[in-house]
Design a protein around this ligand. Structure first.
Ligand SMILES: [Zn+2]
Length: 102
């Protein structure tokens, strides 16, 4: 049995969690090419050793959190951190610059 430590609930069986993928730098939506998006969404390094991953406690507190995990031994480093996936301030839509407005 593999145990994963939720920052809210403590150690639990890994079957309670959903894997959210490894943390990767997200390309800027404003100027990313289709190839950069494809690489970000579908290509993974499959690293042997320590990786930083996002997990979701679907059978518990329903929080996303970040864990550093060794992919060889499934050992994790403490403490995991809860991740707020929503920005504190939603992006504001800038009105388009008026062209020739009075
Ligand atoms: Zn939890």
């Amino acid at each position: 049995m593999i145990l994963l430590t939720c920052p809210c609930c403590g150690p639990r069986n890994v079957s309670e969690f959903a894997y959210g993928g490894s943390l990767a730098d997200r390309p800027d939506p404003a100027d990313a090419t289709p190839r950069e998006w494809r690489d970000y969404l579908y290509l993974r390094d499959n690293t042997r050793g320590w990786v930083t991953e996002r997990w979701y406690h679907r059978a518990g507190c329903r929080q996303f959190f970040v864990v550093e995990r060794d992919t060889v031994t499934d050992e994790t480093r403490d403490p995991p951190a809860v991740v707020d996936l929503m920005p504190a301030e939603p992006p504001t839509a800038e009105p388009p610059a008026s062209e020739g407005a009075p």
